[in-house]
Design a protein around this ligand. Sequence first.
Ligand code: ARG
Length: 462
Amino acid sequence: MKLWGGRFQKETDNLVNELNASIGFDQRLYREDITGSMAHAAMLADCGIISRADADAIINGLQGILEDAEAGKIEFTADNEDIHMNVEALLTARIGDAGKRLHTARSRNDQVALDFRMYVREQIPVITGQLLELETVLCRQARQYQTAVMPGYTHLQRAQPISFAQHLMAYAAMFRRDVTRLEDCAARLNECPLGSGALAGTTYPIDRWQTARELGFDAPMGNSLDGVSDRDYALELMSALSILMMHLSRFAEEVILWCSWEFKFIELDDAYATGSSIMPQKKNPDVAELVRGKTGRVYGDLMSLLTVMKGLPLAYNKDMQEDKEPVFDAIDTVEMCVPVFAAMIDTMKVLPENMRKAAGRGFINATDCADYLTKKGMPFRDAYTVTGRLVAACAAQGKTLEDLTLDELKAVSGLFEQDVYDALNLENCMALRKSYGGPAVAETARQIEAIEAFVQQIKDKG
Ligand code: ARG
């Protein structure tokens, strides 16, 4: 017989039970559910709503269920629909009538809102920790390649000289913002919905501040309808995770390009690559491809919950049971992707000589050539045109700008002197880009130090 058996004259249809049950996925919340119930029971006793003896029996009973669940000794059952009713039924089976008093002044609506919020709150530091490891890997790799010249690209066309270190640190800057986005989310979600009841609070003299404090929240949520109705914290988490996956996916795309024969800027470690069942020569970047591919499912998870929520009238609606699977999936996906991606970057072999070779072709010093003339007094727009003509001439003859003789250069502008060859030297072109955030060694060193300090600061806080 169902919990609500009092009101009903028929058993629920089996198909309805199947549709209705969420225990298959929400059993993951057993720890939060039990912790929340313990705090609730203690508060009920402190406020004189249940007896101390009942509260003690409830708390001890819940402690026993928690230990058995941790030990894998409990089989949750679809007969009890969800994790909340499973725990309550187990408790009542173990301790009798006291167990039936636990749900006083509470609803599954505020209960699930609490459990889910706590679950999201616990997962954020896990992901942040993984991102900090990735940052550490990026800093370590970047330190080794601060003078390694590579072509920087726009439109995937060779554009201007950068260092491999600067390229890596661009991603480090993105992941740093991902960490702060997650921290913002954690700070905003830390209000406690417990005590919102079904929607309209309760007539019992509960102390919402006590349970909020006990469960590590900054305060109880200020409106009981809001407390049971919104899932914005889950959406905020999945938005942050979608952006993080977008960053990882772009990086993955570059790793895929870089280890192709067309680039050969890196070679992946054997442990982080795969072979082909037919082509003996293949070494495939499956890790990077899967990270790129899994980005789609995290976006899908976000869209799925946004869509579930968009038409719901206040307060709780059963549609909201559909909030959990996308969030679990997004969290699981990210927690699987970030460490393996970090390990792949950590173990990859960098081939700076191939980067330097690629930098030598494609006229990535053309801007520097125009700048050279500009610094000698020619207006930049004219210098741009003169350099463009030189590039066209070189391209036709299969030459680089620095292959041209001083006489050939002087033929287009009398401003060219012997020192133009220093200005065109790629190492100089990179080293002289000392503007804040640029690829000059001192600048990338500053960026690396800033990320290292950030990692340390977050670790010290945790
Ligand atoms: N399993 C439900 C969920 O995940 C718990 C809340 C049920 N509330 C209700 N009024 N049916 O949303």
